[in-house]
Each structure stands twice: as C-alpha cells, then as structure tokens.
Design a protein around this ligand. Sequence first.
Ligand code: SF4
Length: 465
Amino acid sequence: MASAIFKEREKQVYLKGSRPFDLECEKESLAGAVSQRACVFCGSRVVLYPIADALHLVHGPVGCAVYTWDIRGALSSGPELHRLSFSTDLQEKDVIFGGEKKLYSALVELIDRHAPKAAFVYSTCIVGIIGDDLEAICRRVSEEKNIPVIPVQSEGFKGNKRAGYNAACRALFRLVGEGSTEGISPYSVNILGDFNLAGELWIIRDYFKRMGVQVVANITGDGRVDDIRRAHGAALNLVQCSGATMDLAVMMKEKYGTPVMRVSYFGIEDMAEALYGIARFFKEPSIMERTQQLVREELSALYPELQRYRKALSGKKAAIYVGGAFKAFSLVKAFRHLGMKVVMVGSQTGTQEDYRELEAITDDGTIIVDDSNPLELSAFLQEKEVDIFVGGVKERPIAYKLGVGFCDHNHERKEALEGFVGMLNFAKEVYSSVMSPVWRFVPKNSQGMLDGLSSHKEKILRCVS
Ligand code: SF4
C-alpha cells in the first residue's frame, strides 16, 4: 500500500488502529496526483442541475458544458429543461476580445425560446481568466426579461469541488425569500441535498405525506424555481448531502431563522432515525404515531427479504469511495446489515468531523482516505481483496479492471437506493454484482477455473480411453 501513496499525501490516508486518529483533509488536491475530485464548476453544476424549469447556461468552452451534460440521473415530474446543455462556446477570439456580447445574445435567445422560470449562468476557468462581468450581464438580462438571471461564480480553478457547492448555494440563496409563504403548514419541511436520482425523492416525499408533513421545496431534485422562492416559509430544513447544501441551510438559518436537521435516507437505521427525528421536532403526537406505523409497516416487509441476501453475502468485503462522507456513514451501516465488512472508506470532500465519525463506526484495519486517486484506490482494493467497490462513474473502471464487483451509488445511478425499499434494492444490486459468475473469468480468479477445466478434460480423456 505504501508504495502507491505519494509522500505529500501520506497524512490523508489513515489505517484504523495503527496510530491515534490524525487524518488531514480539506486541502487542495496534489498537482499531478490525478485526484478523483471534480472542479469547482462541476461542483456547482451537480447541485443546481436538477432544477428542472430553469435555464442552465455554461459560459465557457463547449467542453465544460459537455463534461457536465445531463450529469445526474435526476428525474423530473414535469419540465425537463435542465436536461439540455447550453454553452456560449467561447473561442480564441472571445478570449482576446471578451465574451460578454456573446453571453448577452445567448441568454436573450435562450430565454425567448424556452421561457424558463429563471436562468443560472455558470462561470468557467477561462471566464475567470478573461474577467467577463457576469454579474452585470445577468442583471441587465434579468431587468429586460423580468426573470431571475443568476450568475454562478464557479471558475473551475479557484478551489475544489466544495467551493462549487458554495457557489451553487449562494446562487440559490438569491432566489429564496422572493415568493409568498401563504398556505404553508406549521408542519412543513424543505428537502435539501436530495437530487431525485432514479426517483428517490418521490419515495421520501411519500413517507412525509404519510406522516402528515408538508414539503415546501425540493432543493434541488425535481426542483422548481417558484418552490425555492418560498422555501423560507418552511418550518424546518432537512439537509441530506451536507457538503453540497449545508451552506444554503446556514444562510437560511441566519436570515430567516429556519432550523436545520442533518438526515440520511440511506440504510435502515438512518432512514428510520430521519423520520423519527422529524416527528420529534414537530412535537405533534399524531405525527409520531403515523411515523411509528410507517416504520413498522416498511420494516416488516423489508426484513424477511434482506435475510436471504445476508445469508449469501456474509463475510464478503466492501470498499467505499464517494463524494461526500455523510453518505459513507449510512453505507457502512448498510453493509453491516448484509453481514459484510467495510475494509476501505473514503470521500472527495469529507471534513475532520466526518472522518472522525467514520473512524468511530469502522473496524480496526479499515483504510480511511481523503481525496484519493486511481493509483491509491487500485492498491487498496488489491491489498484488501475486496469483493465489491461502491463509488461513481470514475471509480467503476478501477473496479472492473481489477475484476472486482461494483455498485454505482453516485449521480448516474438508475436504481433508487434511498428509503426502506432502497435498502432492498441496494442488497439486490450488491448481491448481483458480488455473486456474478463473471468474476470466475478474470485473471486473479481464473486459475481455479482452469484447474477445474483441466481435471474435467482429464476425466473425459480417461472415459474416452
Ligand atoms: S471549468 Fe475549468 S476545470 Fe472545470 S471543466 Fe471547465 S476548463 Fe475544466
């Protein structure tokens, strides 16, 4: 393992039990290490992308727009304007003479053509270098077209993905507070940090409906501009993906006094605790009763099914590498329910607090890593002989090249993994990947198969002779 880690990164890797906990994180990525992290622009794009009735215009070279085109499997129950990728396609001439005119024309044309409820204009690396005044162009178009046109200051080079989350939250905060709060129940929430991947948000909204809790705004999965504008009227902000949306929750707390609760909708305990926590917050006995009933019903359907998968998967080893560490907590617990052992866990943007919590819930010998790269991850997977790797699009090829099972738990997933039903889907997916017969054919496992084949061949030859 040691040979795969650059000297400058040694303090960002920790082997639990080897020494007192002292992991470094929240640093800029090491140049040349080929970090798995995305750029600032990408960070802001993944947060804002699921707002389905807004126009998303990337001010920069077409490559930045292509890189983030349809970047999430974020479903919409209505408009799908978010799925189109628009770019000002900056060229050398624009770099020399400036791209403001091009930006103005693109905005006017797109707003006339698509009539969006709002427009987000993303700044990319080159815009940061040439210094186009996004704020001024957006203000001008906003006045002319009478819709919010919001600059997202997300120049790719100005930090890491976390800075992009912050830029997105600042852009969103410009919308909050503009709409009417009429008709909002005292038992109401905003859902922050859920991106409606594979329709997961609809599962969670259904739970809240059964509890008697109103959802004011989904921020940002299946998002609508008008809902976000009245989000300040909700009684509580529920923050799931805390790295991405906690900054918005903090701004809303400071300005509107909206309380914040961190939740996770993944796995059994965290899903149940999220619902009970909300019920406790409202101090309304009927909400608590309905919540207890809901959890009872869901678990009685889930447990017998889960046992089947647990039987097959017990003792298998898992590695986790995700964007935000909060999701990793739930995944560690979810694997325990399947009788599996997590031997490596890491994230792109975890904080000290996140990693301390990971250290507390993992077993001795677990590798905990911040801002990793393909070289390290490959070495960890091999050293720990893992059976399944959980990650996203950039981790998938690492797993497959090493002949290891893979579970997509990131932007692009097509399977709903949230909620109680999501735990069952997760178990099914892990089972299908880990137990797939295809792994018998990869080089590291093929010797046994070849031995089997040759003995089979010998038997046939003996019979024939
Ligand atoms: S913003 Fe910069 S780092 Fe990000 S995709 Fe565009 S050019 Fe690359």
